[in-house]
Design a binder for this molecule. Structure first.
Ligand code: GDP
Length: 407
């Protein structure tokens, strides 16, 4: 089944948990037990079902790891499945996104319509822009508090639009909602006849899922090469695409071409293998294969370059100085590099540009940088193939930064 991963971001108390709870409840994604349980506790507290409470409750369960299902917040429609990625804080969010722990294809930005754009609205939006997330839905929550007033909505929407345009985000929708009472979340609201756009769920259904990894061109990263008396088996992971016996392949960075002679999976011969699988291959020609090599389709190669533009998120207490040499790891490639230019040094909390053409990066700062590697490496922009579009920087065996490749 097709799956879309998305994040919900926004300033604290603007209604993130309530919206998540509402989406789960209104799509019947919660078990009856859970609803009854929440209803009972809520009654005890003398309140109606509080969706924020529901979410906190799920969170509690998640932390105690009672059931595996609740470690993911997901719901289903007839069309597809949705996974909501949680964002405990913006630092964790950036870390997770960059290290690949979570990958969102879309985002909902929630704004309390009474409060408008606040500090965390800005920070989170900036991160979406940094990650080049193209599909952003803006929801203006708590419309009940302004009497479902259109003029007020329009004014706040204009503010948000102006701010988002300044950081290069063009949202696909602006939706007035009341998460608490379910207006325009799954069902159209009767309180806002002036609004003729989509509901939150409809806007989610209109998102484009990214191309499944196995439909992309072949990328296999080589982890290791095992030498036997009669053959050499190169072992690695099929990151994207498909590989089959007899396929013509190109091996980067040396650009040797050969054909796949055999594929082994769990010590068994197979004819083909798909994205996500770890396999071993032998080739018809005796080519030189080594850890860090990338196997691809001859006409659909990724880039081989020694200079590229990237965003790095520095997460080490010890500053980085521009003169330093540092190790870059991208997929299984590992190479010495230098940062040629730090175009901007940005405080990841305030989003202030601290310095242009800077000479250092400090803890929790974002740098827009140009990286030069000692030898050419195989890369792709992050929004095309994530496995070849993100990297970490390593100093003295410690990972001190994560980065994504822009161009
Ligand atoms: P979060 O911090 O972004 O997860 O925000 P919560 O979902 O915890 O909501 C913060 C507060 O706003 C809670 O007390 C909610 O009950 C309240 N709230 C959420 N949505 C609405 C809404 O649509 N209308 C009103 N009046 N209150 C809401």
């Amino acid at each position: 089944m097709e799956t879309i991963h998305f994040v919900i971001v926004g300033h604290v108390d603007h209604g993130k948990s309530t919206l998540i709870g509402r989406l789960l409840y209104d799509t019947n994604s919660l078990s009856h037990d859970k609803i009854d349980e929440v209803k009972m506790v809520s009654k005890d507290l003398g309140t109606k079902i509080e969706f924020a409470y529901l979410l906190d409750h799920l969170e509690e369960e998640r932390q105690q790891k009672i059931t595996i299902e609740t470690t993911q917040t997901f719901f289903k429609t007839d069309k597809r499945q949705y996974v909501i990625i949680d964002t405990p804080g913006h630092v964790e969010f950036v870390k997770n996104m960059i290290t690949g722990a979570s990958q969102a294809e879309a985002a909902i930005l929630i704004v309390d319509v009474q409060e408008g754009v606040r500090e965390q609205t800005k920070r989170h939006s900036y991160i979406l822009s940094l990650l080049d997330l193209k599909q952003v839905i803006v929801v203006l929550n708590k419309m009940d508090l302004i009497g479902y007033n259109q003029e007020h909505f329009d004014k706040v929407k204009d503010d948000i639009e102006r701010f988002l345009a300044s950081i290069n985000i063009q949202p696909t929708h602006y939706i007035p909602i009341c998460a608490m009472h379910s207006d325009n979340v799954v069902k159209k609201s009767t309180n806002m006849p002036w609004y003729d756009g989509l509901t939150v769920l409809e806007s989610l259904e209109s998102l484009k899922a990214s191309i499944p990894d196995e439909n992309k061109p072949l990328i296999m990263t080589i982890q290791d090469v095992y030498k036997f008396v009669d053959k050499r088996i190169a072992v690695g992971r099929v990151e994207t695409g498909m590989i089959k016996k007899g396929d013509e392949i190109k091996i980067l960075p040396d650009a040797q071409t050969t054909k796949v002679n055999s594929i082994e999976k769990y010590l068994e011969d197979v004819d083909k293998s798909y994205a996500g699988e770890c396999i071993g291959i032998t080739t018809t020609e005796p080519v030189f294969l080594d850890r860090g090599n990338v196997v691809c389709e001859p006409s659909k190669e990724p880039y081989l370059t020694d200079t590229f533009k990237a965003n790095v998120f520095w997460m080490s207490k010890k500053d980085f100085n521009k003169e330093e040499k540092i190790i870059l790891r991208c997929a299984t490639q590992e190479i010495s590099c230098s940062i040629k230019k730090i175009e901007e040094r940005i405080d990841s909390s305030s989003l202030d540009i601290l310095e242009k053409d800077a000479s250092k990066l400090c803890n929790l700062e974002v740098g827009e940088v140009i990286i030069k590697t000692k030898k050419p490496i195989v890369i792709k922009p992050f929004n095309e193939i994530q496995e070849l579009g993100r990297f970490v920087l390593v100093r003295d065996e410690n990972i001190c930064a994560g980065g994504i490749i822009r161009a």
